[in-house]
Each structure stands twice: as C-alpha cells, then as structure tokens.
Design a protein. Structure first.
Length: 151
C-alpha cells in the first residue's frame, strides 16, 4: 500500500516538525516501534486506540487535537467535489443526495474507525477513573439521605 502521506500521517509529520523531533524520538516518547510510526506517517497503517493515545501524548496534543489536525479537507461536506458515481451520502446542510468517490468513501471509513477507537478508549479511561468516584459519591449521597430520613 504505497500512499502519499495525508490525514493522520501528515498531521504526525507536521507536528513532529513543529516540535523539532526526529521520528525516532517520537517513537521512543510514544513507546512505539520506529517501523510502526513510519507506517503511520506514510499512511499504510491506522493506529490502535492505545497507539493513538500514546502518539498524541508524545506529540504534546490531546487525541482530539491530533485527529482534528488529521482532517485536512477544509471544504464543508456540502461543497466537496463529486464524481457522479460511488456510494450516496446526504450533505450536512440539505437533504440533497450526492455521490462519494471510492477514495473519499474509504477515507471517511478510516476516519470513522479512528473516531470510534478514540471514543472507546476515552470511555474505558472514564470508566476506570471517573465512574468509580461518581458511584462512590452517589452511594454516599444516598446513604446520607437515608440516614437523615431515619432521624
């Protein structure tokens, strides 16, 4: 899969350059192998949720910021070019259908996979950290109310 870097790979390269880091340094910071980081930058692999989190941290960004930088098509959905064939989608600002080219459809699928993985990772982190605290606080509140009712 020999692609030009775009999207996430390009965002990684640009941020690495902004920080003045070599690929090897980013790989070490992110606890990723150099070949894997190279594949991410070249667009031949998509990161796992864990790798995305580690990579964002190494680049001193949140996962959301890194994904935002990866969205390199600045045209609004309703204004993107159409080719007249491929899957059909609805524009965000109307109910008009339009065709999506195969590469655009594939790109949307990849982005959806990255977003889904990020959401799953964030929910898992929340469930490990914030959820137990919320449950504890809610149980304490319920017990306090019960204790007040007993008086």
């Amino acid at each position: 899969m020999d692609q030009q870097p775009g999207g996430l790979g390009r965002a990684i390269q640009v941020r690495r350059a902004e920080l003045g880091l070599k690929r090897k340094e980013v790989a070490e910071r992110a606890l990723l192998s150099y070949p894997y980081l190279s594949e991410l930058e070249n667009g031949t692999k998509l990161p796992s949720a864990k790798a995305l989190r580690q990579l964002a941290g190494a680049l001193e960004l949140s996962q959301a910021e890194l994904l935002e930088r990866a969205d390199y098509d600045p045209a609004p959905v309703g204004q993107r070019r159409t080719t007249g064939h491929g899957p059909t989608a609805y524009t965000s600002n109307s109910n008009e259908a339009r065709s999506i080219s195969d590469p655009e459809f594939e790109q949307m699928g990849r982005l959806a996979d990255i977003v889904a993985a990020t959401v799953r990772a964030e929910l898992a982190a929340w469930a490990r950290t914030s959820l137990p605290r919320l449950i504890r606080d809610e149980v304490r509140r319920a017990l306090d109310e019960e204790h007040r009712d007993d008086r």
